[in-house]
Write a protein that binds this ligand. Structure first.
Ligand code: NAG
Ligand code: NAG
Ligand code: NAG
Ligand code: NAG
Length: 356
């Protein structure tokens, strides 16, 4: 698995500078109804209807004493079950894979196209790189986004996303997509890494390896990143696109906020930034709340883990990852047989879209 991790790492480092040759892959889209059981937080405030409300909410979550004075949710009592429909794409080398399959979960602000953007895919597609290395990959729109089922922003949360990942792992190990996976490696970006990590806590035996990008474990800078986002209600920001969403879904205010949070000058291509802004996706308020109380500690996960974030990641490293990224990782993954942290030079939080 060590070679696996290293070759995957090289992807991120090399994909920018060396355009991929035409990749021989076969891809199929799937619409998957999943039976999800999870312990869910419940929204305890009035729904948000205005941007004044969003601003007031931001000042409450950003308060230094928010933990003790702000109570937007009530804790779960009993598990809940629901059928959620997830839309995803399975791609594999035309020659087939060798049994190891990647399960990719995107982060906030994106949908599945984070892994295979329509802009300059020869430079930025993780899917094409993984397939060129021989790995089948399943990548999907998280619940509430893209072509997956729409849900309330007061409902979409960590426990549900993690249960969806668990169900997807089971499908990858079945014959749903062709030959069953013998090994499953989770790969995540940002919130997608957090939800993947949550599965390593709750169901370590389901997973063989994990590559978690855009994540760190000693975050002291969350407040400044949240301020830089200046969240607005998605339904008011772009009624044509998001008019059907409830006030629980928010987006950062504009392209400059996007740059501040996800990119780092001069390591970006302005056209790619514009693509990211034009394709930006809302985040659920309940995702932001639930992630703060998600248990990442994974004492029983023994597989290899790579933690990888951009050198100048503003969201998880307060703008500079060297010296911070490795903090607390051995406490989170004490039993991993190969725990690696890697800082990607010249990259912000949106690690797949940096240019060196
Ligand atoms: C979903 O799973 C739950 C718990 O395992 C089960 O009780 C229920 O019957 C399932 N629902 C459907 C529609 O399969
Ligand atoms: C599959 O291929 C990768 C990359 O060449 C290799 O590291 C791995 O051991 C192979 N076998 C399995 C079962 O994953
Ligand atoms: C987090 O999960 C770990 C592993 O299951 C457990 O030992 C620990 O007590 C949990 N922490 C909290 C705060 O629940
Ligand atoms: C976490 O960050 C704080 C603040 O920068 C620092 O004092 C502390 O030593 C760090 N903890 C670990 C375990 O590295």
């Amino acid at each position: 698995m060590h070679r696996f991790l290293l070759s995957t790492l090289c992807l991120a480092a090399l994909a920018r500078s060396t355009p991929l040759p035409q990749v021989k892959k076969s891809c199929q889209r799937y619409t998957l109804p999943l039976n999800i059981t999870s312990l869910n937080l419940k929204w305890a405030l009035e729904p948000l209807e205005t941007n004044e409300g969003a601003a007031a909410y931001n000042t409450q979550t950003g308060r230094r004493d928010a933990q003790s004075v702000f109570h937007p949710v009530t804790l779960p009592t009993t598990p809940e079950t629901a059928i959620y429909t997830i839309s995803g794409t399975f791609c594999q080398p035309t020659s087939g894979g060798n049994g190891t399959v990647l399960l990719a979960t995107h982060g906030g602000g994106y949908d599945r196209s984070y892994w295979h953007p329509s802009i300059q895919p020869e430079s930025y597609s993780f899917v094409d790189y993984a397939v060129a290395q021989g790995y089948p990959i399943f990548y999907y729109d998280r619940l509430g986004l893209g072509q997956s089922e729409m849900v309330s922003g007061y409902v979409a949360q960590s426990s549900i996303h993690a249960s969806i990942i668990k169900e997807l792992i089971k499908l990858l190990r079945s014959d749903k997509f062709g030959s069953p996976a013998s090994k499953v490696a989770l790969i995540g970006h940002s919130m997608g890494s957090a939800y993947s990590n949550s599965v390593l806590n709750s169901d370590p035996g389901l997973v063989d390896a994990a590559i978690l990008t855009g994540i760190a474990y000693n975050i002291t800078s969350k407040g400044i990143a949240d301020q830089a986002k200046q969240s607005r209600l998605a339904k008011l920001q772009n009624p044509l696109k998001w008019g059907d969403l409830d006030g629980g879904w928010t987006v950062w205010v504009d392209v400059y906020s996007n740059i501040e949070n996800f990119f780092k000058a001069p390591f970006y291509d302005r056209e790619v930034v514009q693509w990211a802004e034009d394709n930006k996706q809302p985040s659920a308020l309940m995702e932001g709340i639930s992630i703060q109380i998600t248990n990442f500690s994974s004492p029983d996960f023994t597989g290899p883990v790579m933690i990888m974030s951009g050198e100048y990641d503003f969201i998880v490293c307060g703008g500079y990852c060297p010296g911070v990224l490795e903090e607390k990782t051995t406490a989170v993954f004490p039993a991993s047989k190969n725990l690696v942290t890697y800082v990607q030079p010249g990259s912000g939080h949106g690690i797949n879209f940096a240019v060196r």
